[in-house]
Design a protein around this ligand. Structure first.
Ligand SMILES: *Cc1c(COP(=O)(O)O)cnc(C)c1O
Length: 388
């Protein structure tokens, strides 16, 4: 018996976003980032859709995530975005993944796992974010070590810390430091392979960051990297989170709602219960922060705290609401739309955290009008595909 609540993922929107991004960044290669289960959208279906729509490569954060893609028949090159632990290198090699390396130990582990067979690796250089990546001063030594150990330097890259804030100066500073690293590699005759720096914001907003390849995650899913940006392409949000109203009720003036009875009604209120809660990815504080849900094409406020499995919406006045009516938490209904950015701004976070929050308890329904491979039956829009 399926839940009457789901995250609907429009794979046509993903395909559209991939196609417009590829066009925008050409001749750079497009690497679509599907870590964290495709930012909550389903890595398997997003991966197949992205490759069919023109993605040259895919990227993940973990070796396990790459193995899962191989297990479902994804054949495209898969870059692991950070250096895997030494004891995961053999699995990465066996799965035909492309690891990032940024330390001598990592290079030696990759060489040992692949026994001099020319395994492709990408060298990551830290140009200012100070998370991972080698010191720019060590890049030549590490690149040389990798090549001498029988690895193939397929790429050299860095990661931008503030690309989503286009007015800040640090992005060009990072790109200059990266250019200096590439120049030093050239001086000693080392081919850096594919040079890359751009995440979604870099690819969209900094043309000089596109280089040979861009690594786009959030834009693939139709979510802007930050609110209020002027984007050069039109992205389509892929995720709609909705549920059927499971109960309608009322409360008298002076009564409260949900745990803590923190919200008190100052007039008699009509209420609709939506069977989605924080265990599904709807943050508990959202109601108190003034978030709204679309029911009957009208914005309605969440009242009281979101509970583990359910939340309560006030529907006083306006069109009547019945059990079974569709409530849209994220996405479009009628002429209005609630975006992940809207929640993110209320919560003081970023849209990435919102979409990644929709976890395994919430059924995921993939909507697709186009087939993505010989063995994939085209599904009608609205048909659920796969177990979730
Ligand atoms: C996650 C990640 C990306 C993708 O970032 P978006 O902002 O989602 O496009 C790119 N590169 C690296 C190294 C990452 O970790």
């Amino acid at each position: 018996m399926p839940r009457h609540a789901a995250a609907h993922v429009d794979l046509d929107a993903v395909a559209h976003n991939v196609a417009v991004l590829k066009d925008l960044v050409a001749p750079a290669e497009l690497c679509v980032v599907v870590k964290a289960d495709g930012y909550g959208h389903g890595a398997e279906d997003v991966a197949h859709t992205a490759v069919a729509a023109g993605a040259d490569r895919l990227a993940v954060a973990l070796v396990e995530e790459g193995q899962e893609l191989r297990d479902v028949g994804v054949e495209a090159p898969v870059l692991v975005l950070s250096q895997p632990p030494a004891d995961a290198m053999a699995d990465a090699f066996a799965a035909g993944l492309t690891p990032t390396v940024d330390t001598a130990e990592g290079i030696d582990a990759a060489a040992a796992a692949s026994s001099g067979s020319g395994w492709a690796v990408h060298l990551k250089v830290d140009t200012g974010m100070h998370r991972v990546g080698c010191d720019p001063a060590d890049a030549v030594v590490l690149a040389t070590r990798a090549i001498e150990a029988g690895l193939r330097l397929e790429g050299t890259f860095t990661h931008l810390a503030v690309a989503d804030e286009p007015e800040r100066p640090e992005t060009s500073c990072q790109l200059e430091r990266f250019a200096a690293v590439l120049a030093r590699l050239a001086d000693v005759g080392v081919d850096p392979g594919l040079r890359h720096a751009a995440n979604s914001a870099g690819a969209l907003l900094h043309p000089d960051a596109r280089m040979d390849l861009v690594r786009v995650g959030i834009a693939t899913y139709g979510v802007p990297p930050a609110p209020g940006l002027r984007l050069p392409v039109e992205l389509r949000p892929a995720m709609v989170v909705s549920a059927e109203v499971s109960h309608v009720g009322r409360a008298d003036a002076g009564e409260g709602v949900s745990y803590g009875l923190r919200h008190r009604f100052d007039r008699p209120a009509e209420l609709a219960v939506v069977p989605l809660g924080y265990a599904d990815g709807v943050p508990r504080r959202l109601g108190e922060l003034g978030a709204e849900v679309l029911i009957g094409g009208v914005r309605r406020p969440i009242r009281g705290v979101v509970t583990m499995d359910q939340l309560v919406v006030e529907v006083t006045g306006g069109p009547p609401v019945s059990v079974g009516d569709e409530a849209v938490l994220l996405g479009r209904q009628g002429d209005d739309e609630v975006t992940a950015d809207e929640w993110a701004e209320l919560l003081g976070t970023i849209s990435y955290e919102i979409v990644c929050g929709f976890g395994p308890r919430l059924p995921r329904r993939h909507l697709r009008r186009v087939s993505h491979g010989a063995d994939a039956a085209p599904a009608a829009l609205g048909d659920p595909i796969g177990p979730r």
